[in-house]
Write a protein that binds this ligand. Structure first.
Ligand SMILES: *Cc1c(COP(=O)(O)O)cnc(C)c1O
Length: 435
């Protein structure tokens, strides 16, 4: 693969578009991480993509490890997904009335996650976590929510307390515009900290509506739960009468057919979904036991709605995407991820670079630190400067990594052995360039 090596960033079409964008779009982007500030460069504007490859407006080709931050598990433009969306569009973009596809999607998800007996579809992952919390509060009659530092659950006000992802990247403890009263009911403790978990659940035992955690945290970089930690979440939630809300917006349908819950064996009472469930179009969902889900209007009293919820195009894309995800696909994704992770480890070792490549099937993060991080504070202690420089060097070699240490790589089923080999070569050269 001969990717272009750009000599000057300032006279590119991307640079011109960025300048134009900043006049009419705050910061020039519609979601902060896209601006690439965390790796000290300007964003690339994308023209098109196919399979695992991304093409920018300057004609440069990249192997894409962002894949829209997770939804594109089959890569870009999978024919079956595109065909399903085109067919749906021809039949009508949106009706504001129920369609058969929504039932098929709910049935598909219930078939994959044992604890999900019913599903309510939303337009984003943010709405899914927001709805899950409203449900948990209504079901328990309590208000407080326990979350983990570095856990990202969308941009809903009450959860913008020590969130990961774009917020960790920008080192904002929270966000201006979020009233203290709104986060006052949010308790934040470090991930993987058993003692803090026991203490907090004892101190707030009668007040906790929910313990909220990512199925496998991937928004402070990938930090899997330590041995027994998910089990402890389940035990502590039950002990204090709180619901366990698992945010599987990233992990759902990615790390296993039934998501993180299948991998860890620990089930949530409510599950938030997003990303893959929309196959690249805007969609999210919340699911759980029927007795909880039927609290939602119009079955129950808890209000939740959406003009475009269950949108026919998003449902078609999600169904086509899930339809291609059989056991074989998960085995293949696990092998692709391991090939990449192992290659990156060897590339770092060859360049004598102390990095930690943490991986689970379908996700990985390259941490620039001496030991694998176990929580957000550890990631904040990584060598973020070197990560940025390494990413810039990768981009110059035709590899598009997540432009922040606080994010995961998203290998897809469209990544071929050649893509991985090219990536590993580029990674090794980029590691060497740092030295
Ligand atoms: C992306 C993400 C969300 C938010 O989903 P949006 O569709 O961006 O609103 C919530 N939780 C997790 C774990 C995510 O990764």
């Amino acid at each position: 693969m001969a990717a272009h090596v750009m000599t000057s960033l300032s006279d590119t079409h991307s640079a011109a578009l960025y300048e134009r964008a900043r006049r009419r779009i705050p910061g020039g982007v519609n979601s902060p991480v896209r601006a690439m500030r965390a790796i000290g460069r300007d964003p690339l504007f994308i023209e098109r993509a196919q399979g695992a490859e991304l093409f920018d407006v300057d004609g440069n080709r990249y192997i894409d490890y962002v894949c829209s931050w997770g939804p594109l598990i089959h890569g870009h433009g999978h024919p079956a997904v595109v065909e399903a969306v085109v067919k749906a569009a021809k039949g009508g973009m949106s009706f504001g009335a129920p369609t058969p596809g929504e039932i098929a999607l709910a049935e598909e998800v219930c078939g994959r996650m044992e604890t999900v007996e019913m599903l309510r579809t939303t337009s984003s992952g943010t709405e899914a976590t927001m709805t899950a919390l409203r449900l948990a509060r209504a079901a328990t009659g309590r208000t407080k929510v326990l979350k983990f530092a570095g856990g990202y659950h969308g941009h809903v006000d009450g959860l913008l307390a020590q969130a990961g992802s774009g917020l960790a990247t920008q080192a904002l403890p929270s966000s201006p515009g979020v009233p203290a009263a709104v986060t006052a009911d949010t308790i934040v403790i470090p991930w993987n900290d058993r003692e803090a978990l026991i203490e907090a659940t004892q101190a707030h035992a009668g007040e906790l509506a929910a313990i909220l955690a990512e199925g496998i945290p991937a928004n402070m970089g990938l930090i899997p739960p330590s041995e027994g930690f998910m089990e402890l979440l389940r035990v502590r939630a039950d002990a204090c009468g709180a619901l366990l809300v698992l945010d599987e917006v990233i992990s759902g349908f990615r790390v296993a057919r039934g998501g993180a819950q299948e991998r860890t064996g620990v089930a949530g009472d409510l599950v938030a979904m997003g990303k893959i469930i929309g196959g690249g179009l805007p969609a999210g969902a919340v699911g759980g036991r029927a007795e909880l889900m039927e609290l939602l209007a119009p079955a129950g009293e808890v209000y939740q709605a959406g003009t475009l919820s269950g949108n026919p195009l998003a449902v078609a894309a999600g169904l086509a995407t899930l339809g291609l995800l059989d056991e074989q696909a998960y085995l293949r994704l696990a092998a692709i991820t391991e090939h990449l992770a192992q290659g990156l480890r060897e590339a770092a070792a060859a360049a004598q670079r102390p990095v930690q490549v943490v991986s689970v099937p379908g996700l990985l993060t390259v941490f620039f630190c001496a030991q694998a991080p176990v929580n957000l504070a550890d990631v904040q202690g990584c060598d973020l400067e070197s990560y940025g420089a390494w990413c810039r060097a990768l981009l110059a070699r035709g590899v598009y990594p997540p432009p922040s240490q606080f994010e995961a790589w998203f290998p897809s089923l469209a990544h071929t052995p050649e893509h991985i080999e090219h990536t590993v070569e580029a990674a090794q050269a980029a590691f060497r360039e740092l030295a």
